[in-house]
Write a protein that binds this ligand. Structure first.
Ligand SMILES: [Ca+2]
Ligand SMILES: [Ca+2]
Ligand SMILES: [Ca+2]
Length: 354
């Protein structure tokens, strides 16, 4: 391909045969389709290696505030084929897990569907209190340390999509999976995949997963950046972010069309920090990019952190694995000089100070 193609701006010549730009556009389209099919939790686009749930005797200094983690899966109502909830490394021992003084921890995974699974107000809170286990229990299993499921998958199911709670707002049926650290003081590190198959990961088209509070392990590499993508609907005018046990591991910042990197108040050891941030109309109907950036010289290798968001009404907000409305990027001016100036301006921006 000649350099001419690369140097020309797109869409200048009508009736042009297939060009670099067409191929590029096709590639973008295909990557978009691929994205809509991918359903691991945490998602690939988060750069979060594992979810974490500790046993209830664990110290909160290990990074889990409540020894419980809840996710929801929404499946389009047109779906009728059975599916499986696959859990990677559900055991608490051997590889991946965080063990203190012997592996004595049990984690119970429970799958709920039916009326109230999501619509029960307690299910949309972030603490494991009240009727948060609402709905119909469809399947449940406890795991301790076991070689059989160490560094390997366990599959709940087959599940019938119609057994989820029908929610008109989502155009589909919603399932809930609760992970509880019922015994012990160790950390269970695990991942989910919502799959067509019990034995391999085959994504369910159009499905999406979300949680209100994510407790997760940061990558161990220095300068690593992890992401969460809270959806900002048209009613949001301000958000309150809450984070627990960040352990002074670097910077947590909000990136959006309007925010190049607005720092949030950051927690240290076993405490919560929160801060409130304004949302502009241009930041609505799509997802913010919350970046967790490891900046320290001595990177921590086992930092677990919890994160959640409230809107101005005090309602917890959903972080989807496939960001709704796409992920916002800061809107640089198109003019290169302006863009460079903006980069300069924001470099020294104090942004948010606690
Ligand atoms: Ca393990
Ligand atoms: Ca232990
Ligand atoms: Ca931590």
């Amino acid at each position: 391909m000649s350099n001419n193609y690369l140097d020309e701006p797109p869409n200048m010549t009508p009736n042009r045969p297939i060009t670099f730009y067409h191929l590029f556009a096709l590639l973008l389209l295909l990557s978009g389709i691929f994205e809509a099919y991918s359903q691991p939790v945490p998602p690939d686009n988060s750069n979060i290696p594992f979810l974490v749930t500790f046993g209830k005797q664990a110290s909160k200094k290990y990074g889990d505030d409540d020894f419980s983690q809840v996710f929801f899966l929404s499946i389009p109502s047109s779906e009728s084929d059975p599916f499986y909830i696959r859990v990677f490394d559900p055991d608490v021992g051997g590889q991946h897990d965080e063990i203190y003084g012997g592996a004595d921890t049990k984690t119970k995974f429970s799958v709920y569907g039916g009326t109230g699974a999501w619509t029960e107000p307690d299910a949309q809170q972030t603490d494991p209190i009240g009727k948060y286990k609402s709905g119909t229990l469809l399947d449940s299993r406890s795991f301790a340390a076991t070689e059989k499921y160490d560094n390997d998958w366990y599959a709940f199911g087959p599940l019938d999509p119609k057994e989820g709670e029908f929610v008109k707002e989502f155009g589909g049926h919603v399932f809930k999976i609760v992970a509880e650290g019922t015994e012990g003081n160790d950390g269970n590190l695990y991942k989910y995949f919502f799959s067509r198959s019990p034995n391999v990961n085959i994504a369910i088209e159009g499905a999406n997963a979300f949680g209100y509070e994510w407790t997760f392990r940061m990558p161990s590499e220095k300068n690593a950046v992890s992401h969460l993508y809270p959806y900002i609907n048209e009613d949001v005018i301000s958000i309150q972010q809450l984070n627990f046990d960040w352990d002074d591991d670097g910077i947590i910042k909000i990136v959006s069309y309007e925010k190049k990197g607005e720092w949030v108040a950051m927690s240290n050891e076993a405490d919560w920090k929160s801060s409130t941030h304004q949302i502009l109309p241009t930041e609505r109907n799509s997802s913010l990019d919350i970046q967790f950036v490891k900046t320290k010289e001595k990177a921590k290798d086992n930092n677990n952190v919890c994160f959640s968001f409230k809107n101005q009404y005090g309602e917890f907000m959903r972080f989807y694995t496939i960001p709704i409305g796409g992920v916002q990027r800061f809107k640089y001016n198109v003019n290169l000089i302006e863009r460079l100036r903006e980069g300069e301006r924001f470099k020294n921006d104090p942004i948010f100070a606690d």
